[in-house]
Write a protein that binds this ligand. Structure first.
Ligand SMILES: [Zn+2]
Length: 396
């Protein structure tokens, strides 16, 4: 018998049903409460097929039915919504100093949130996380509290397919640690891990403003670095081996520039990070950059302080260089900027948009609506919910 290549995923009749199931579940999420008739109208799928799939979703407890209000003399429609108490997941956002943990259900709404100090040692981190999970179970005993998935966001490079940390600049002991596998082994709960900027991009997929977009980039301007996530055709682009992609912060923009943590010179992040802006503002400052003071600079700029405005203006020009390059390479529908500097967008927008824009092309840029902490957490929730909403993979 001829062996099938396991890398090729061909479509079968059940695949079609799985694709439609995923589309219907996503439509219910976005437009709830929604009737079967409206689902049929929006998708063009026959009512009977919609009903089959909806019945399955109700049977799996993922969707709940409620009687709607009769319009005129017509039948009272049954309206469908996601069951917010089903598919309980845990989102974990690892930050260099503090880790945020949140529980959520299928709707992504956070029901509980705690923080703990991030240990320098990854094994100690797993121990602390397990303690937190145990507390969650104690506070919500019974079957309903059972966690189905854990999603972890990490401030560094992660081989997403294996959930293995490759490099976290702020937490060097984590390098090489099989974070997802270790959490999964110790907790018994299926776990995935990914880079935090990738998760910020995933989170934007569920933001109303971005909900209809297919291709966009989220840029995270951080304290000392720049992260990014690329969404192509509503999927996160993770690179061919899932270990990195969208490392725009390490685009060389000055051959003779300063040395970067990546071992190269003149990387973009050295010119646009909050530290770079701070150093322009206080070039002779003898102390190390303290990220908690960056807001002072933004406040002074808003009050008209020329030194602060000058520093931000220079950063804006460098932002423009990089953002224009990204736009020319990918032609996304929008580039979404997140991070502290987004709070001064009113002051820098013109310079960012105009300085290096390709002539005749309008670079669509906006700032992220939720703050960064929320984006990371919501992204980790989305990662944990991926199996509930995922479409089957087809093709090579
Ligand atoms: Zn670099």
């Amino acid at each position: 018998m001829e062996r099938r290549n396991p890398l090729i995923h061909t479509a079968t009749p059940s695949t079609v049903r799985e694709v439609n199931r995923s589309i219907i579940l996503n439509l219910i999420r976005r437009h709830q409460p929604i009737s079967r008739a409206e689902l049929s109208q929006r998708t063009g799928i026959f009512r009977s097929n919609i009903s089959d799939i909806v019945d399955e979703l109700v049977g799996q407890d993922l969707v709940v039915e409620k009687r709607g209000i009769a319009v005129g003399r017509g039948r009272v429609p049954t309206l469908l919504s996601l069951n917010g108490n089903s598919f309980r997941v845990l989102a974990v956002s690892v930050r260099p100093s503090e880790t945020l943990v949140a529980a959520a259900g299928l709707t992504g709404k956070i029901s509980k949130r705690v923080t703990f100090e991030t240990p320098r040692n990854p094994r100690e981190f797993v121990r602390k996380l397990l303690k937190t999970i145990a507390q969650f179970h104690e506070q919500h005993p019974g079957k309903a509290s059972g966690l189905q998935e854990i999603g972890v966001g990490v401030p560094g490079l992660v081989k997403a397919s294996a959930g293995q940390v490759l490099w976290i600049p702020a937490l060097p002991e984590y390098s090489g640690f099989e974070l997802a596998a270790e959490i999964e082994k110790r907790s018994g709960i299926s776990t995935a891990a990914d880079n935090d900027s990738n998760l910020a991009a995933l989170a934007e997929l569920w933001v109303d403003e971005t909900a209809d977009l297919s291709d966009f980039v989220v840029l995270v301007i951080g304290d000392v670095g720049v992260g990014a996530g690329i969404i192509l055709n509503r999927e996160l682009y993770r690179g061919h081996d899932t270990s990195f992609a969208a490392e725009f912060g390490h685009m060389t923009i000055d051959l003779a520039g300063a040395e970067c943590s990546c071992g190269r010179r003149g990387c973009w992040e050295l010119y646009v990070s909050d530290r770079a802006t701070w150093q322009r503002y206080l070039p002779k400052s003898p102390t190390e950059f303290d990220p908690s003071r960056f807001q002072e600079l933004l406040d002074l700029a808003h009050q008209g302080n020329q030194q602060a405005l000058g520093a931000l203006g220079e950063t804006a020009k460098y932002l423009s260089v990089g953002i224009s390059n990204i736009f020319l390479a990918l032609n996304p529908e929008v580039i979404i900027v997140a991070g502290c500097i987004a709070k001064a967008w009113d002051l820098i927008q013109n310079t960012v948009v105009r300085s290096f824009s390709p002539p005749g092309l309008n670079v669509p840029i906006r700032t992220a609506r939720p703050d960064l902490e929320q984006l990371y957490l919501r992204g980790a929730i989305r990662l944990a919910l991926r199996k509930a909403f995922a479409k089957p993979k087809l093709g090579w």
